[in-house]
Design a protein around this ligand. Structure first.
Ligand code: SF4
Length: 379
């Protein structure tokens, strides 16, 4: 029988728990897609419908490069937006390109019975053992939580490291050590060891640094290549970056009720995908007196486009600047950096003048769609 070599598209650092899941749970070889580069994007764009959102193009580029690297089984996830249909389309495009691979589309099992899920999982490895998967799954879930906690700590401190590159070095070795972990005990040991190492890194943080919250679309927020390394650019300017959106907060601890209650003054009905989280987190940043919010989305993302007028209302009500960044496959770094610089200068000046936060008085005099763009130097 041919060796099963499974792959899954990139999303931040989550290829590490994916490796653990497939290797120790499904007992198959895991092929991580090569790091995303311009080539990945160019391949993905060349064979995708032009107006499809950017995550589709990135995923397709990952699939093609991972097939070239030897993968013969591809897994695509489902989602709560168009992502749900992407698997079928990816599969068809790859077939049309002549690739003969097995394609597992998890969107098929989203609303289905456990038996359908079992059938789909069996497709990955017909000889898989449910017992092995049940044993490794809690380890993988905890690993994702630990990665998210570590990266949250990094975002808040990397901009202040005294020796450049210190956090990156420890982070790379943390992920590398996680790849061979397959028990909770080992996982806890690795996590504790690395948290100690991260906390030992010398940082020089001012008493009241600039704080910016990142909100927006799932993939574009979490995959650094797709947002031109936005978080790193902010850190370079000595900004504390706050980003709630990650896999553990949205998949394992999603506070649905709380989000509905918090956003009641701004929206009546759920708006799809990450829209409600975006509004909730923007409100949270505003209430906490952050210096600014950056809204990140992919070109063509309907739920996040719909969110913009709501963010403009929040911006007005809480007197907090919002920068709107839209990413596709054609963005030059120059335009992005210019807008970021302008935003940085503005929030820095506001902070120096002590104008960054006024508590809301009433929800009057709001921005409405005809005012789009007024409060941001963005596209
Ligand atoms: S949330 Fe938006 S960008 Fe992301 S897959 Fe859905 S439609 Fe596309």
């Amino acid at each position: 029988m041919e060796t099963i070599r499974v792959s899954f598209p990139h999303l931040g650092s989550y290829h590490t728990p994916m490796k653990v899941l497939f290797t120790f749970g499904f007992d198959v070889e895991y092929i991580a897609p090569p790091p995303i580069t311009e080539r990945t994007l160019s391949l993905g764009s060349r064979y995708s419908p032009e107006f499809v959102c950017a995550p589709f193009k990135y995923n397709l580029g990952n699939f093609i490069e991972t097939i070239e690297a030897g993968a013969n089984t591809l897994v695509q996830t489902g989602g709560t937006c168009r992502l749900r249909y992407y698997g079928e389309l990816h599969e068809q495009i790859l077939r049309d390109l002549g690739y003969k691979v097995k394609f597992i589309n998890m969107a098929k099992v989203q609303d289905a019975r456990p038996t359908t899920l079992y059938r789909e999982l069996k497709e990955i490895n017909p000889e898989m053992s449910l017992k092995r998967i049940a044993e490794i799954l809690p380890v993988v879930v905890k690993m994702i939580e630990y990665i998210d906690k570590v990266e949250d700590y990094i975002r808040k401190n990397v901009g202040f490291e005294t020796i450049p590159g210190s956090f990156d070095k420890v982070h790379a070795s943390f992920l590398s050590e996680l790849r061979s972990v397959h028990s909770r005990k080992e996982l806890n040991r690795v996590y504790r060891k690395y948290m100690r190492l991260f906390k030992k890194i010398e940082v020089q943080k001012p008493a009241n640094p600039l704080k910016v919250g990142i909100v927006g679309e799932y993939y574009t927020v979490m995959e650094p290549f797709s947002n031109h390394n936005l978080e790193r650019e902010l850190a370079r300017k000595g900004i504390v970056v706050d980003r709630w959106l990650n896999v553990s907060s949205t998949l394992f601890h999603y506070p649905k009720k709380k989000i509905e209650e918090n956003t009641r003054d701004y929206v009546k009905y759920p708006m799809g995908a990450t829209a409600m989280v975006t509004i909730d987190r923007a409100l949270e940043c505003a209430k906490k007196g952050f210096d600014g919010i950056i809204h990140v989305k992919s070109f063509g993302c309907t739920p996040e486009t719909d969110v913009i007028p709501v963010l403009q209302n929040i911006s007005k009500d809480y007197n907090i600047p919002v920068l709107y960044l839209t990413f596709d496959t054609q963005n030059s770094d120059v335009g992005f950096i210019t807008r970021l610089e302008a935003f940085y200068d503005m929030i820095k000046m506001r902070k120096e003048m002590g104008q960054n936060f006024k508590h809301p008085s009433a929800h009057s005099n709001r921005f409405y769609p005809n005012h789009w763009g007024e409060c941001s130097p963005s596209s």
